[in-house]
Ligand binder design. Structure first.
Ligand SMILES: Nc1nc2c(ncn2[C@@H]2O[C@H](COP(=O)(O)OP(=O)(O)OP(=O)(O)O)[C@@H](O)[C@H]2O)c(=O)[nH]1
Ligand SMILES: [Mg+2]
Ligand SMILES: [Zn+2]
Length: 364
């Protein structure tokens, strides 16, 4: 069955049955593999293999997106599409609904509002990619890991360019301290080193999203994993700050199952406020639990276990500062965004499913 090739399983079938038990003829479910303004490319299981089609948003999707931009189809989404009435040749299909997401990798919207932007939908693994050279940025890694944990997917860290570093094992050991609870893997793309584990995730049918700054080697990894030049990578000699090689988020099928979702390097990744900062800093949170005072601010208090750990060198001061900064940012955004709006997220999905079932234009 070609649908399984795209990540379809019994859970998605159930979700489809719930949403569109009485969907009309001609309704097809397909997976979004690339998003442009107002339209997207999707992969759908066809007679002879996976077909690719283009679809525009239906009027209802446009309407919903005005209230909440996270409801716009994102790469990795499962979408219901229907033949476009008055078929435009450019896009003969219309996206009418999305299946509720299992996971969503989100960042604060670029406009600086509390609305999020979905970078990847329905990823099973979010791999934070960081280069061992020239400069491994631990603070950035912690920030991206926070998003990865909050997505609901399994987080992992891929440290690229291990072939250029004199002691990759040392880097892995250092990063492991900042990435409790997830695999930290050294990768050297030219030698094919470190690819067994990601290949294992793909073999299980997982969708793996690659997240990281520009130039760290995400598209190089994608190409190594899908075994072709699926995505252009930066050529030698054009290395430089501020240059992005990948500009779209794209989903690519791996040869033996699973899919890889490549993203453009992010310039800024603001937190939305509801992220799992504590997951990334479990070690600091553990220490804080052992402070003498419940409301310890870990600045001047006697009996502060956090400060004691910094003193004896077991907690790097940099990590404490990073935790503080991300906590502050998350708390600030949480206050800004209407807490009730967040809680209504699930309600909105439900209402949308109901509206879809009750739509007047339903074909019989
Ligand atoms: N030596 C070595 N070079 C690598 C490795 N991974 C990536 N590179 C090089 O790093 C440069 C940037 O790689 P890309 O894959 O284009 O980086 P990217 O993360 O996709 O960048 P954006 O698309 O701008 O976000 C290219 O010149 C790659 O050849 C690696 O493991 N070892
Ligand atoms: Mg790229
Ligand atoms: Zn304390």
């Amino acid at each position: 069955m070609h649908a399984a090739r795209l990540g379809w399983d019994a859970g998605w079938q159930h979700s489809l049955d719930t949403l569109a038990a009485d969907a009309g003829e001609g309704v097809v479910v397909a997976r979004v593999c690339r998003v442009d303004a107002g339209a997207c490319d999707l992969m759908l299981p066809g007679e002879t293999g996976v077909e690719r089609v283009t679809a525009r948003w239906s009027a209802r999707l446009h309407h919903d997106a005005a209230d909440d931009p996270t409801t716009v189809p994102a790469t990795g989404d499962w979408a219901l599409i229907e033949p476009h009435t008055g078929a435009q040749r450019s896009a003969p299909w219309a996206v009418t609904a999305l299946l509720p997401r299992r996971t969503a990798l989100e960042r604060l919207g670029v406009s600086g509002t509390s609305d999020g932007q979905v970078l990847a939908a329905n990823a099973d693994v979010v791999a934070v990619v960081e280069g061992m050279v020239p400069d491994l940025d631990l603070g950035r890694l912690e920030r991206l890991l926070t998003l990865a944990w909050s997505s609901g997917a399994r987080p992992a860290v891929l440290l690229t360019k291990a072939d250029l570093h004199p002691d990759p094992a040392e880097v892995v050991a250092m990063v492991t301290e900042s990435a409790a609870g997830c695999d930290v893997i050294a990768v050297a793309a030219p030698e094919g080193r470190g690819l067994d584990e990601p290949r294992g995730w793909l073999a299980e049918g997982a969708t793996v999203a690659l997240l990281g700054a520009s130039g760290v080697g995400k598209s190089t990894l994608l190409n190594a994993l899908v075994g072709e030049q699926a995505m252009a990578t930066r050529s030698l000699g054009v290395e430089g700050k501020g240059r992005h090689t990948t500009v779209t988020r794209e989903l690519h099928l791996a040869p033996d199952g699973g899919a890889v979702l490549d993203t453009p390097g992010l310039r800024s990744v603001g937190l939305r406020g509801d992220e799992a900062v504590d997951e990334v800093f479990a070690d600091v949170v553990d220490l804080a639990d052992r402070c003498r005072f419940n409301d310890c601010t870990h600045t001047v208090e006697p009996g502060c276990a956090v400060l004691a750990a910094v003193d004896d060198g077991s907690l790097p001061e940099r990590r404490l500062a990073s935790w503080r900064a991300l906590e502050r940012e998350a708390a600030f955004q949480a206050r800004r965004s209407d807490a009730r709006l967040q809680a209504e997220y699930a309600r909105v999905w439900k209402a949308r499913a109901k509206a879809y079932r009750a739509r007047p234009d339903k074909k019989r």
